[in-house]
Design a protein around this ligand. Sequence first.
Ligand code: SF4
Length: 385
Amino acid sequence: MPSLLWFVYFCAVAGIYLHIPFCKQQCTYCDFHFSTTFDAYRQEMVNSICTELRLRTSYLEGKAIETIYFGGGTPSILTKQELTQLLQTIHSNFQVKEGVEVTLEANPDDISKAALREWKELGVNRLSIGLQSFKEDDLAWMNRAHTVNEAETCIQLAQSEGFHNLTVDLIYGLPNLTMEEWRNHVQKVIDFGVPHISAYCLTVEEKTVLDNWVKTGKIQPISDEAQGDQFLLLLEMLEANGYQQYEISNFAKPGFESIHNGNYWKGEWYLGVGPSAHSFNGTSRSWNVANNRKYLKAIEENETFSELEELSIENQFNERVMIGLRTVKGVDLNELATISALPEAFSLKKQSFIHDGWMTQHDAVISLTKEGRLRADYIASELFM
Ligand code: SF4
């Protein structure tokens, strides 16, 4: 069966992603879309996102909503009333599955007993905390809005308020982060009993403050080797403590995997609303304008606010390879061949990666070894059509 039909036929559930483009301050490494001056139009933004939800009700063709994800930006900046308005708009315009996973990204400085209670009341059942580090100096140069004390207390507070489906973000590969410090950060999260961890290697994104510091020599990035050692230490510690690495940057105790992100990786459909949000419906991707003013104006004047790309066979093939190699599931070559016959170069490269110890093959499924996961993007790009 051709792959596109396969997707359309079997994808019965879908997700909604809401991009909240506000942040209190700009973290030095961040290239996501957000604005730090939004007081004058925050209500207008919430209204516009609700309008977009109504305008795009048919995008998911009636599929049941299995996950709702508030990302950003900093969704924890939103008031109870603003979150309620967004959730009510979803519930009155889409078929939302019972037990829907509702994730809210929250920064430690926004987490209080009162906020946690409000979120719980609204149906948020998964909290994603942007912790990043337990080292004061690193939080300061990254220009995070919270302290180590806030990072530590917010986890306990969230747990005491009944948020057991909890994930935290950590960053490694920072210029002055020693192996010992990194070991302590990971150990702390394990000791707190957090069941899901997303760990990202610091990358220098263009046009960020960090990019400028690196270019002007203010900061010396650490070597790839040192970053690789921190990644391997992370794998070793989390594996020994019952976490499974189900995607390159994501680790979960059994039953705590992110359904929302898991669905992205399975190729399920999702609707992304708000400035810069992306959407996918099996045959095409679209992305909204990454500019708050332009987005508001376009919604108000009923003009186009997104671009669309129909996925070519090549795109689909490469995405399957990239996503499959990043996840524990690997790439099923039989499934891949339904998109396109495997090129000869693919088979040759695959054999050489297996020979190098970076990849294994069981029946028709290829997946990366620990050493392979260190260079996942490179390996995937070598196998692209
Ligand atoms: S809070 Fe998050 S989205 Fe906002 S600037 Fe910092 S890293 Fe970026």
